[in-house]
Design a protein around this ligand. Sequence first.
Ligand code: PA5
Length: 440
Amino acid sequence: MKPISYLYGKAALLSSGRISSVLKRTAPETARLRKALLAGYEDDRASISLPGDEALLKRVGAFIGKKQKLDPAYIVVVGIGGSNLGTIAVQEAVFGKLCNHITPKRRTLYADTVDSDAMRQIRVVIEPVLKQGREVLVVIISKSGGTTETIANAEVLINLVKRYKGGSHAENIVAITDEGSKLHHFADNKGYGVLTMPQKVGGRFSVFSAVGLFPLGMMGVSIESLLKGARDMRNRCIAASAGNPAAASAALQYLHYTNGKNISDLFLFSSDLESVGKWYRQLMGESVGKEHDRRGKKVNCGITPTVSIGTTDLHSMAQLYLGGPYDKFTTFVSVGQNNSSVNVPVMKEYDELVENIQGIPLAEVMNAILQGVKIDFQKGKRPYAEILLPDKSAYSIGQLLQFKMIEMMYLGHLLGVNPFDQPNVEAYKVEVKRILGNEG
Ligand code: PA5
């Protein structure tokens, strides 16, 4: 279990004086984070208490034990935004993007948007399973308990499971939501399993609550290691020292934003981390993209988060990144140790296609490409920082997600906005309900 590193130097193109003066300004937020930890779940920063909550781990662990007995062939996670992005991110990072094909014992599907073709495909996959008398577990996740997309999809899936399981279908449905939400009451009345989440933990900060822990534990992710990674990182990120990666990354993002670089690209050199990128996109987009500052002044603030995958996107985006406008700050993410090693075969006749790759590991080719890209970024005066992940274990991914969540709290503080609300997302939800005619 190794710590992840956040590295920045000359390539960040910022003077150490400017960085340290902004870092000094993060001190009040560090103090608030420490206070929040003592306050349990009372503060907006409540999510930082999740990794150390032993009662939560016990409760979720016991519930996982109970539902494992059902031995579902499929888990369908129904939720959107903060209610499913963290789970997808961890699942793919730890087990790989093709895990449904490689570990067929328990496969996971996700229903988020209301797309009839996507839902039809889910039905095509799970209906034969139900027909054979095997089990499917539907996990409905909605903090508010009233998101239109989630409830519509849940109704479709509950109906399907009910058709095959009749009166005993309740054991196949689990709801994860806020205490007292409409979904909570509904699930209770129907006898479905219910897990709740702390009211102060917002959707995009909820991956270490039952929202992420239950489905991930059902898939076989070590949720203990995930939380241990998060805990260790949290302790680094509430320390008032230069080794605080969340404060440092927030300071760099802030300085570049105020210098006119309003795009932040997370450039992940690992295909399995693509969904970590999507999770981060929501985290940054919703946390610092704000119409008003904390005092209510209209600011229309925000850094646009983009996600790139190395080396794939070098062949789609590198031209823009290296030749286009100077409006981006990049964070490269690389993985020290892959789960496997694949070598390019030694076959003389291939040498004329691309020289010097015969017999070497693909990871070495990947690394050479990353080094080359960094040199080009330096030559072109394109600023960047780096995150080095030792591996893609649950422990490392727990660290990474916790690092980024606390970074957003520091960034919100520096930008003077509230990173915990999403008034414009709520506004669109109200409009949808009005259009569908079920106001109130
Ligand atoms: O971060 C957030 O709070 C939002 O993006 C929500 O996660 C998203 O809108 C889904 O909401 P809910 O979990 O209430 O269904």
